[in-house]
Design a binder for this molecule. Structure first.
Ligand SMILES: Cc1cc2nc3c(=O)[nH]c(=O)nc-3n(C[C@H](O)[C@H](O)[C@H](O)COP(=O)(O)O)c2cc1C
Length: 398
């Protein structure tokens, strides 16, 4: 990747520590030099010898090593690379750093560095979902730490869920992206996500089955590239993107208020499935079924059009991206939407009776711009989020 770059790789004491060897190899192929740092616990999982042999570099582990301190002191070491990467980032290491603890070489280095820190969390699903870990992660996101993963999948302990370390190839891609300055640092980006809920009465509502998976994947990818993400989300069961500012809403009107009171934005991505209508005669009490009475009449009124308003606002983001879900004439309808809303890109989704992308892990989308139409092959929503982030970077550099 052009001029040789250097990273400091801190390896925490998790079961995924063995993957650090593969990560080093992948980085070497890209001419990225690696300075390896092992925590004391990590020495139980990989040896300094194998790390030194693969990286061809001295491996650091001890904060109080007189030789190391005279050769390259811990503060010097914290500044020696272009990026600090922690893989695997254990719950313990995450907890220490989030709380400003520095009781070993790894945590001291992370606290002392003047470089960006990319964390690849890796732990058991319950450890990841523990409120203490989630609150530490949130804090670190606010401090500007970058994240890659964790992924969902089978774990070494036999359980299944979120907490698996991202694959070395994915960590490598994220490292390269950050080293290339492919970042969206200092860009304030709005992402709307999920469905909206329009109340009929306190129990019933009108909504749709948007899962929030795509919006969340986009927000995660943008946070990982250093963007300040404002994530306005309707009710979903998907874990919120780590490191974003989360604004939960219920109705389209709530979403409108949240969007326009948190701007202006550099970029806006409207991935939420916003209800076009709200129930004008909604009731504060449960509407009762009465024998012989006529069926209650629901009067619908149009909701504010967030995408169109954003696109036409005085403080218009320099890039506005909308989503279109169409049951027929996908390209024609989505192109019309692009024009009528005044946005720059539309990500079009085909909704068919037998195959709807709503709630699915994978999707096949078409990108519609004023000057081109591109169909992306079927891929996971996580991949779409990453690919879209790269497209956004290209727009920013135009
Ligand atoms: C076999 C084994 C596997 C472990 N795997 C993990 C793991 O994947 N993630 C994690 O956060 N902790 C894991 N732990 C616990 C950590 O090793 C422990 O919290 C340790 O204090 C972490 O130290 P460090 O953060 O300084 O590396 C594991 C422990 C054992 C014995």
């Amino acid at each position: 990747m052009g001029k040789e770059k250097k990273i400091t790789l801190i390896i925490g004491g998790g079961i995924a520590a063995y993957k650090s060897l593969e990560l080093i190899r992948l980085l070497q192929k890209e001419c990225i030099e690696v300075i390896p740092i092992l925590t004391k616990s990590a020495e139980n999982f990989v040896t300094s010898l194998s790390l030194a042999a693969i990286s061809k570099k001295k491996v650091y582990s001890d904060l109080f090593d007189l030789n190391d301190e005279t050769e390259m002191g811990h503060i010097q070491l914290s500044r020696a690379a272009d990026l600090v990467v922690v893989a695997p980032a254990t719950a313990n290491l995450i907890g220490k750093v989030a709380n400003g603890l520095a009781d070993d070489l790894a945590s001291t280095l992370i606290l002392a560095t003047d470089k960006k820190v990319l964390l690849a969390p890796s732990m058991n699903v319950r450890m990841w979902n523990h409120p203490a870990t989630l609150s530490n992660i949130k804090k670190l996101g606010e401090y500007g730490f970058l994240f890659v993963g964790p992924d969902k999948g089978d774990m070494a302990c036999g359980e299944f869920g979120l907490g698996r370390m991202a694959e070395p190839s994915e960590i490598k891609d994220q490292i390269i992206s950050n080293l290339k300055g492919n970042s969206l640092l200092k860009k304030k980006i709005l992402v709307t996500s999920g469905p909206t809920v329009e109340r009929i009465d306190p129990i019933r509502f009108i909504s749709n089955n948007s899962s929030g998976l795509q919006g969340t994947a986009i927000a995660n990818a943008l946070v990982n590239l250093g963007a300040e993400v404002i994530f306005v989300t309707g009710p979903t069961n998907v874990p919120h993107p780590v490191g974003a500012k989360i604004i939960p809403i219920e109705s389209a009107k709530d979403m409108h208020k949240a969007v326009f009171s948190n701007g202006p934005y550099d970029i806006a991505i409207c991935a939420a499935a916003v209800s076009d209508w709200y129930v004008q005669n909604n009731s504060n009490r449960k509407i009762k079924k009465k024998d012989g009475a006529t069926f209650p009449h629901i009067s619908l009124k149009e909701n504010p059009d967030i995408l169109a308003e954003l696109s036409k606002s005085k403080t218009r983001p320099s890039l506005v991206i909308g989503f279109a879900a169409e049951t027929e004439q996908l390209t024609k309808n989505a192109t019309e939407k692009l024009k009528s809303k005044g946005c720059d890109l539309i990500i079009a989704n085909k909704i068919a009776k037998k195959s709807s992308p709503l709630g699915e892990e994978n999707n096949e989308v078409t990108i519609i711009a004023n000057t081109y139409i591109k169909k992306w092959t079927k891929m996971s929503k996580v991949e779409i989020g990453k690919k879209l982030s790269q497209l956004i970077i290209e727009y920013c550099h135009q």
